[in-house]
Design a protein around this ligand. Structure first.
Ligand SMILES: [Zn+2]
Length: 115
């Protein structure tokens, strides 16, 4: 039986690794843009580079925000509020938390569109 703490610990580790990889890519990207001194507007590849840069920055923000929510979920777990449906107050099935560690509603409420 998987404990909620194990689920959150695994999710935290995953997102920490993903964040580290993205931060490395991001730092490399900034370094590259300083080196090349590229003119985005007149370089034919500039638009693509700008797009990739935006995508990477967005992914970085998304991953950082997701990681913060996992940290919050761990605080909720410590306070005994994690894994409780926000809609009906019943416990959320462990299987659902494994698939979606940040789920705030049980499967029944989610299916009813209440989550
Ligand atoms: Zn519910």
């Amino acid at each position: 039986m998987t404990e909620p703490l194990e689920i959150l610990t695994a999710a935290l580790r995953e997102s920490t690794e993903a964040l580290a990889a993205l931060e490395k890519d991001h730092a490399r990207m900034i370094e590259a843009s300083l080196d090349s001194n590229a003119d985005d507007e007149h370089d034919p590849e500039g638009a693509t580079i700008a797009f990739e840069r935006e995508q990477l920055t967005a992914a970085l923000h998304r991953t950082r925000a997701a990681r913060e929510r996992i940290v919050e979920a761990m605080a909720e777990l410590a306070a005994g509020r994690y894994g409780v449906c926000a809609s009906c107050g019943l416990p959320i099935a462990v299987e659902r938390l494994q698939a979606r560690p940040l789920a705030t509603t049980c499967i029944n409420c989610a299916n009813l569109g209440r989550g």
